[in-house]
Design a protein around this ligand. Structure first.
Ligand code: TRP
Length: 357
């Protein structure tokens, strides 16, 4: 497993044998697959946790595939609500942060049938006991709004293996919670290759070095907890959300994530937006109290997001173009998925060939 930091990224790539060093030396050898469930607007936690890194990899010359995981919405709820609007919001966010459709591929599950069909052979490669041990799935089952656990909830990590392996992705930038899923993908790839011959890479995780951002209530920033600042939010809404954020009674601002999660979450947010060290940011505010802290955070967020929000608004005026980006991405993803499925069927002894005539 490889963890990278910005300092690593700046290190001399020639001598650097870490994953990051290998990416910088030979970006064309890597193909990135990442994705988001379209359950709500993308927010600052997504930006610093993963979106920023996707664009960085794209700009290094790595081919990047971005999946809007629409089938995965149904893991913990009965119906996908407002799906079209949410997907259009995601497309706008991707374009606004700098995902370039000339170099990267944006696509969605339900538009790529051959990707989904890979799930069948893949399911045959994992045991029910293995599926039941996945800690992220266990946690999601605990928090699910459904009365019972669906088969999709139980098996979606295998679907995620299909997401990654259909395009032979070998690099997956993820947060900590996705590591068990990546292990499933590696297991599926390894077992498939052992059983049927070499077809798939065993992808590496590229862990984000950024500590998890907290929401305005001091708990995990989440689309569903109404504690996040959306990339597409306006400046006034941003100010209002930060104004309402949880702090504490100690006027002296410090960076102490364990002891003072609320205050430290805000300090971290400002520091990330300003590309500065959170301890320095806290020290500078010092005795200014929560009001000064919130002013600093609001300015930092609004300044950092201003160019992205401007681009987002521009793209929003041309939704015909935005939809065409997804159409083109789906075409490309389908061509790749069809080729992989053909290869898989051949490797498995001619499945899908039909009766010989
Ligand atoms: N599970 C991811 C999330 O909830 C989304 C996702 C779906 C994904 N398929 C993927 C991420 C494949 C990485 C690789 O955010």
């Amino acid at each position: 497993m490889t963890t990278t930091t910005c300092a690593d990224a700046d290190a001399d790539a020639v001598q650097d044998d870490t994953l990051e060093g290998r990416i910088r030396r030979d970006p064309a050898r890597f193909r990135v697959l990442t994705g988001d469930r379209p359950t709500g607007a993308l927010h600052l936690g997504h930006y610093f946790g993963t979106l920023h890194n996707r664009v960085r990899l794209q700009d290094l010359g790595v081919e990047v595939f971005v999946l809007i995981a629409d089938y995965q919405v149904l893991t913990d709820r009965d119906v996908a609500e407002r799906l079209t609007a949410t997907m259009e919001g995601l497309l706008l966010d991707y374009l606004a942060v700098g995902v370039d459709p000339e170099r990267s591929v944006i696509f969605n599950h339900s538009a790529v049938p051959a990707l989904n069909q890979l799930m069948l052979p893949f399911l045959s490669l994992v045991s029910v006991a293995e599926l039941g041990r996945n800690p992220t799935v266990k946690d999601e089952i605990t928090h699910s709004r459904q009365a019972s656990v669906s088969g999709l909830m139980f098996t979606y990590p295998v679907h995620q293996a299909a997401d990654i392996l259909f395009c032979k992705g070998n690099l997956v930038p993820v947060g900590q919670d996705q590591l068990p899923h990546l292990e499933v993908t590696r297991t599926v790839a390894r077992r498939f290759n052992e059983r049927y011959g070499p077809v798939f890479p065993e992808p590496d995780a590229l862990l984000s070095a950024v500590p998890q951002l907290l929401g305005t209530d001091g708990t995990k920033m989440s689309k569903s907890r109404a504690n996040s600042i959306a990339l597409g939010a306006g400046t006034d809404e941003t100010a209002r959300l930060i104004k309402g954020a949880t702090t504490d009674a100690d006027r002296h601002i410090t960076y102490d994530p364990e002891g003072r999660p609320g205050v430290s979450g805000l300090v971290l947010l400002a520091a990330l937006c300003l590309d500065r060290d959170p301890h320095d940011v806290a020290e500078e505010i010092g005795g200014g109290g929560a009001a000064a802290l919130k002013r600093t955070v609001t300015d930092a967020v609004n300044t950092r997001l201003a160019p992205m929000r401007a681009r987002r608004a521009e793209y929003a005026r041309d939704m015909g173009y935005v939809r065409s980006v997804l159409r083109a991405g789906n075409e490309r993803a389908n061509a790749i998925a069809d080729a992989t499925l053909t290869q898989v069927r051949e490797a498995m002894g001619g499945l899908g060939r039909g009766p010989a005539s």
